[in-house]
Design a protein around this ligand. Sequence first.
Ligand SMILES: *Cc1c(COP(=O)(O)O)cnc(C)c1O
Length: 357
Amino acid sequence: MKKVHNFNAGPCVLPKPAIEAAIAALQDFKGTGMSIIEISHRTKEWESVMNECRSLWKELLNIPDNYEVIFLGGGASLQFLYVAMNLLENKAGYLETGVWAKKALKEAKGLGNAICIASSADKTYSYIPKDYVIPEDLDYFHITTNNTIYGTEIKYDMDCPVNLVADMSSDIMSRPVDVSKYALIYGGAQKNVGPAGVIFAIVRKDILGKVTRHLPTMLDYRTHIDGESMFNTPPVFPIFVMTETLKWVKSMGGVEAMNKINQEKADLLYGEIDRNPLFVGTAAKEDRSIMNVCFVMAPGYESLQDEFMAFAKERGMVGIKGHRSVGGFRASIYNACPKESVEALVECMQEFEKLHK
Ligand SMILES: *Cc1c(COP(=O)(O)O)cnc(C)c1O
């Protein structure tokens, strides 16, 4: 198989053992003589996967007992609607730190009174707003902890006077999280915990059942809590791969260990961006994401952008093109991205510097 360094933003690199387990299960799921994509989800073999998945979530993130973890289809983008449907009665506040945050706010606005509390749109979402006050009359305050496109991140669990809701699509399991500070945490699996096709939602049960609007059955979190994520057919294969990915996280030492490695990888790459005169980082230093590292050619070297892209590609770098709305480069260095890939990218930047200085 061709050797590449995969920096895709999502779907993205997954742990090798998870891929291998997926291949084996596609051929023969737990000795049933059937593929994982041929089995009924109403079997004890499948239920054991579902239970293992749930308990790994609870264990790895130390989730308190008054929370439920559910898995659904529809992507994180459909969760933007779920959140507002299930929680917005009078007023909701959103922290607009990027494109995903803006999309989440838009969905809520379609259902009721949702307001932007603070935004960093004035500087192309290159920082996290800090001087804002969260009104105490909000039903909830929504944040996007990692800004996948612009490379900024809220790396701590904030104190919030109202229910705190977080889209953690692109940094879940990258660090320890104090779940008790949140009312709801959700995200798509395809950035850090599995393949596309499934979302996770960690819901504090007491926040539900407070809105007066009619909730369609499928859009009511309680349906899926009661049905243990099997009210209808669950996305069996993505959940299987997610389970294997979490087993790998556990084998690596859990989220504390992941955080340590992620920090090392990020320091290595940001260190090179700051040292190398050809490149410059785009996110405010104090808000830099340890998951998505965004950079551009430094002033005076802009004309070398395409050449560096080709140079890196030739050396096996995949997926380092910045999002179409920002340009430049973005290296996504999620949990499963090995340190050696980051080292290879750094080396590539250093070689390129030698050619052009
Ligand atoms: C990718 C992403 C989404 C959208 O996920 P889908 O599953 O494609 O809908 C939402 N929020 C964040 C932070 C993301 O990175």
